[in-house]
Design a binder for this molecule. Structure first.
Ligand SMILES: *Cc1c(COP(=O)(O)O)cnc(C)c1O
Length: 385
């Protein structure tokens, strides 16, 4: 670990956790697709569902190095990582406090499944530390946060959360998907467990579904114990794809973050647009906090079209920027949260969360910003008023 800690980010992305090709000396990791390995003494046998094939085990080293933790596990999806990790730390009679603005799948998992396990849960009213403190009970075992959040890019104070949790012996978990390990290192602020949908920035090309968790050896062992029973491991071919993707993660995400800042500044000046939500803008309510805990401000932003500009018509007019449910690929995409990711919430609940019909979420890619701006300009100009 000590040696790894000294390496620069692009070197970690490229080299840590490579599987050496001893036989042919190839430049990249060979893929071990075997589901069967020789029984070799008393140690845990290698088997894909035990999360310990050569490719799985080695890629975990890269992810742990990126999140500055002792260990990591990779999963078949972000939700496999989320659900397995939550169930590892919550038993019958336990309680969890989750922040109000959460990824929809995580919210659904909690409200649809926890009752049958006898796990109690509370969502915060807001994102201040008092909001979290208010919901803590004697049986609270986990605090769960997501920062920046979807789709308004709110920021939660990681240091304050970890301080609150430590004083009460509570485990802290963060969904670090939106920031990626490039823009934010939660363990530096005392957060215990980092969860990722690797489908997003880690994968980065909109072509693999995967998840990851990074934490101490002790926490990873605990997650592994239930993970092998739930069976949400990732196929070795996709593990290999993910390794390949991670080699360029720093290059991609830095470029996306720079582009997003430029686009946020441009959109803030556009006369057809009411409001831009990007933690890197001084006008964002959490700008100061974001500056303290993020290295760059990420590739995600959202904005509201002025009344009279139809959000669907605007998106249909776009020629370069694609409409897409997912995010974080090298290509720029947009969606209307009220129609998609937050479409199942009642209009009242959406209003409460600040999600208006004209809100558009923008996942900024690696293209030239001048081309993205030109596309937005022509799409606005075409709107029939
Ligand atoms: C996509 C996403 C997930 C779920 O990941 P899957 O890979 O789709 O299972 C969890 N959290 C956040 C923030 C996400 O964007």
């Amino acid at each position: 670990m000590n040696k790894t800690n000294k390496l620069g980010i692009n070197t970690i992305c490229t080299h840590i956790g490579e599987v050496k090709d001893e036989q042919f000396k190839g430049a990249v990791s060979p893929i071990f697709m075997s589901t069967s390995y020789a029984f070799d003494g008393v140690d845990v046998k290698r088997y894909p569902r035990y999360f310990n094939t050569p490719n799985q085990e080695m890629l975990c080293k890269k992810i742990a190095a990126l999140e500055k933790t002792e260990n990591a596990l990779i999963f078949g999806s972000g939700m496999a990582a989320v659900s397995t990790t939550l169930l590892a730390f919550l038993h019958k009679g336990d309680h969890i406090v989750l922040q109000q603005t959460l990824y929809g799948g995580t919210y659904n998992f909690v409200v649809e499944e926890f009752d049958k396990f006898g796990i109690e849960y509370s969502f915060t009213e807001g994102l201040s530390i008092e909001d979290f403190e208010k919901k803590i009970q004697d049986n609270t075992k986990v605090l769960y946060i997501e920062t920046p959040s979807n789709p308004l890019l709110t920021i939660t104070d990681m240091k304050a959360i970890s301080k609150l949790a430590t004083s009460k012996n509570i485990v802290t978990m963060i969904d670090n998907t939106f920031a990626s390990p490039i823009n934010q290192t939660p363990t530096d602020f005392g957060i215990d467990i980092m969860i990722h949908s690797a489908t997003k920035y880690m994968g980065g090309h909109s072509d693999i579904l995967a998840g990851a968790v990074a934490a101490s050896n002790e926490h990873i062992d605990k997650i592994w114990n239930i993970a092998k029973n739930l069976g949400g491991s990732l196929s070795d071919f996709t593990v290999w794809m993910l390794e390949r993707s991670l080699k360029t993660m720093n290059l991609r995400v830095k470029r996306q973050s720079k582009n997003a800042l430029k686009m946020a500044k441009y959109l803030a000046k556009n006369k057809a647009i009411d409001c831009v939500y990007y933690p890197g803008l001084k006008s964002h309510k959490d700008y100061e906090l974001a500056k303290k805990q993020m290295k760059f401000f990420g590739g995600m932003l959202s904005f509201e079209l002025k009344e009279g500009f139809d959000a669907m018509e605007f998106q249909n007019n776009l020629e370069l920027i694609k409409s897409s449910m997912s995010l974080a690929g090298v290509e720029s995409t947009m969606l209307s949260p009220s129609q998609t990711s937050h479409g199942l919430l009642s209009p009242e609940e959406r209003t409460k969360q600040g999600i208006k019909d004209g809100l558009i979420r923008f996942s900024v890619g690696i293209e030239e910003t001048k081309d993205l701006i030109a596309d937005i300009e022509q799409a606005i100009a075409k709107i029939k008023k």
